[in-house]
Every structure is written in structure tokens, then in C-alpha cells.
Design a protein around this ligand. Structure first.
Ligand code: D99
Length: 384
């Protein structure tokens, strides 16, 4: 926390926001005891919120922005997805165990007796899977529409993850399909939860396609940001058809992080992610419920700020580059409006534009994408 405060030292609004969040306790200072110990002390729903606070502190703060009736649904949705993700991420699991577990997880998530030990690369994830009956019982108290949405998304996601356990990400279409399974479906599922809560909360025409882009934008940003960490864990999600234009092996990027070729590959990946922004702007323009807007806006603004920091930045290829937690805290504390969102996107796309030097490989394609993003913001800004 001290390091977090230090990083925001010159930004009083962020300091204030971080301290307020810490004092309010929900976002930054959840229970201090280990989740395993809490499991025996807390009732089912309290355990679920404690688990949420442990696996993603900033997300558990973001979720507080939602209307009460939606909080439980999204908390459980997140935990079910996190459980499934923990199984997918476990590299020690042999294929003939992992595949059926992924494929059938949606059935297990409806079975009170389901609990599984020894899976997960950290204690909190392991405890979550061991205490899955607590998640199930909290899930079972949700309304039928919410339950069927969560089960259907989990079924599709588990099937997609299973498909990709022995399939490599070669083309950009493969990349879009993988990200659809692990993140696009989250956007689609959330929109269904929002509409079940209030049918006028999101007024989209091409609902699933635009909701899918919301997930792809966040997931692709994470995959670019986590290049070095994933390389270390021998996990690669960057599509071969992109990186093989620049290097023979993906790990070669880390060998010459400052070279024009390595940076061109990084910028190419970021340009591919910018492609989803017009849909994200379209989504945000159609969120009519203020609390749902704030919930969806925070990760979007964090993502565009992250991309601006990653663009043409050699550090991405040797370390994990993150934006300040203070930004998330500030976004959560202030009632951000659609125009604030436009301002953040505009500011950060301008940062990328300034770093996109004419002499760089892929400069032209990036410029075209940036112009499309600017039009999508500008056009919406006046039309609003
Ligand atoms: C996610 N994703 O928030 Cl996809 C996962 N943080 O990044 Cl239910 C599950 O948002 C759910 O710690 C919702 O750096 C989300 C997205 C989301 C989506 C679509 C519409 C609205 C919201 C997350 C969760 C973590 C998150 C944590 C982040 C700072 C900002 C808040 C951090 C997206 C996914 C699926 C790509 C991981």
C-alpha cells in the first residue's frame, strides 16, 4: 500500500481516493486472515465476498459501484469464472483430467457436492475450489434468469478452453476466438445480467458482438501486458502470424527489447487491440444506468491507459508494466461520466499517436487505426 501511495505521490486526487478506499475497507483492505481460516468462520455469502476480495482487490472495489441487486450476481459470476480459469491455468494437471473438468465444469457448478482440492497456483484459488459448495449455495439463491446465464456462459467458456488446450493460437482469427471464449463471453454474460436487472440499462442493437468486443479489448490488453510473465510460465497467447513477421521465436523479443523489430511487433499487437475500441465506445454510449456505467467504465479506462503505457515501451518485453492503482481508485471515487470516458480515451490515444513515429514499421496501419478510434470518440462526443 505504501508503494501504491508513493507512486501517486504527485497526484493528490489519487492519494485521497486511495486513502478513502482503504478507510472504507471494501476495496483495498479486505480480511487479513488467510481465506482458508475465513472459510470456517464466515457464512456462504460472506465467504464469497471475502474470496472476491482476496483474488482481485481492485475488482472487488469496482463491484461496489453496482446496484445492490446486481452485486451478488456479478460476484458469483466472477467466482465461477475464476474457478474455471484456475483449472485452465493449472499446468500440472494432465490433459485427460483437465479436458473433462473444463468441459463439465458448468455441470459441477450446479452440484452442491462439488469440491476439488490441490488445483490452483496460489492458496486463495485452492481454497475457493475446495469450498466450492459455499459458492454453489450462494449461486442457488440467485434468480433463474441469472443462474441460466451464468451456467450457459460457463458451458461455452469451458468448451472453448478445452478446445484450446491442444490448439495453438496461429492466426488473428484464432486469437479473437480464444479471447472470445475467455473474455468476450464475460462481456456477453454481463450484458445479459444487466438486461435481466433492467431491460433499459443497455440499449444496444448488435448486443452480443459489441459486448464481445468489451471483453476482447480487456483480455488483449492483459495478454500484451503479461508477455514477459507468460513467457516465464511458458504460456504464450500472442498469435504466431503476428510475431513470426518479426522474429523466429516469440522469446527473441525479450532478447532485443530495444530493437526496432521487437518494438514493431509489440506495436502491431497493440494496434490489433485498438481495433475493438469503436465497439467499446458504442457499448459505453448505450449504458443508461449510471451505476452499471461506472462498473464497466473503470476497467475500460484502465485498459486504454495501460495500452498508452505499453506502446513502443521496451520494458514490456522484460517486465510487467502496470498503471498506478491510484488511477483505479480515483476512477471509482468520482462519478465518471461518458464525457470523462471520452476524455480518457482521447488523451491516451493521443499519447499513442505521438509515439507512432513515421519511420517505424507498421506506422501507417497504426495511424489508420488511431484515426478510426478518434472518429469513433469525436463522432459520438457531438452526437451524445
Ligand atoms: C472481468 N475482467 O471487469 Cl469483461 C472478469 N479489474 O478484468 Cl464478471 C470478470 O475488471 C467479470 O486488477 C468482469 O488490473 C470483468 C470485466 C468486465 C468485462 C466486461 C464488462 C465489464 C467489466 C477483468 C476483471 C478485473 C477488473 C481489475 C483490474 C483493474 C480494473 C478492474 C486489475 C475482464 C477479463 C475477463 C478480461 C479478465
Amino acid at each position: 500500500m505504501l508503494l501504491t501511495l508513493y507512486k501517486s505521490a504527485l497526484r493528490p486526487l489519487e492519494i485521497k481516493a486511495l486513502l478513502k478506499l482503504k478507510i472504507r475497507g471494501n476495496g483495498y483492505a479486505p480480511h487479513t486472515e488467510p481465506l482458508g481460516q475465513l472459510a470456517s468462520q464466515l457464512d456462504d455469502k460472506a465467504f464469497c465476498y471475502a474470496a472476491l476480495g482476496k483474488v482481485s482487490r481492485s475488482f472487488s472495489a469496482v463491484i461496489q459501484q453496482l446496484p445492490n441487486e446486481l452485486k451478488d450476481a456479478v460476484c458469483i459470476f466472477y467466482l465461477v469464472l475464476r474457478a474455471l480459469d484456475t483449472i485452465e491455468d493449472d499446468m500440472t494437471l494432465q490433459q485427460d483430467i483437465k479436458q473433462p473438468l473444463l468441459l463439465n465444469f458448468y455441470k459441477h457448478s450446479q452440484d452442491e457436492a462439488f469440491s476439488i482440492s490441490g488445483i490452483g497456483d496460489n492458496a486463495d484459488y485452492m481454497v475457493l475450489l475446495e469450498n466450492y459448495p459455499k459458492v454453489y449455495r450462494t449461486f442457488s439463491n440467485l434468480n433463474n434468469k441469472t443462474k441460466s446465464t451464468i451456467v450457459d456462459i460457463t458451458r461455452q467458456m469451458g468448451s472453448g478452453m478445452s478446445e484450446f488446450t491442444d490448439k495453438k493460437i496461429i492466426s488473428v482469427d484464432d486469437f479473437d476466438l480464444y479471447c472470445h471464449y475467455v473474455a468476450g463471453l464475460v462481456g456477453i454474460g454481463l450484458t445479459r445480467l444487466f438486461l435481466a436487472f433492467n431491460s433499459l440499462s443497455v440499449t444496444l442493437v448488435d448486443t452480443d458482438a459489441v459486448s464481445n468486443s468489451m471483453g476482447l479489448f480487456l483480455q488483449k490488453t492483459n495478454i500484451i501486458r503479461d508477455y514477459y510473465e507468460d513467457l516465464d510460465a511458458d504460456r504464450t497467447f500472442w498469435p504466431k502470424n503476428i510475431w513470426s513477421e518479426y522474429v523466429d521465436k516469440l522469446e527473441d523479443l525479450a532478447k532485443n527489447p530495444k530493437s526496432e523489430t521487437s518494438l514493431a511487433c509489440l506495436n502491431h499487437m497493440i494496434t490489433d487491440t485498438l481495433r475493438h475500441i469503436p465497439d467499446c465506445i458504442e457499448y459505453m454510449r448505450n449504458v443508461k444506468d449510471n451505476k452499471i456505467f461506472r462498473f464497466t467504465a473503470v476497467p475500460q479506462i484502465m485498459a486504454i491507459a495501460t495500452l498508452a503505457k505499453l506502446y513502443n515501451n521496451p520494458k514490456v518485453l522484460t517486465d510487467v508494466v502496470k498503471v498506478r492503482k491510484g488511477l483505479a481508485a480515483k476512477l471509482m471515487l468520482y462519478n465518471i461520466t461518458l464525457n470523462d470516458l471520452f476524455r480518457y480515451f482521447w488523451k491516451n490515444i493521443r499519447i499513442i499517436e505521438k509515439k507512432n513515429n513515421p519511420g517505424m514499421p507498421y506506422h501507417h496501419e497504426t495511424k489508420l487505426m488511431i484515426d478510426q478510434v478518434k472518429n469513433s470518440i469525436n463522432h459520438k462526443r457531438y452526437q451524445q
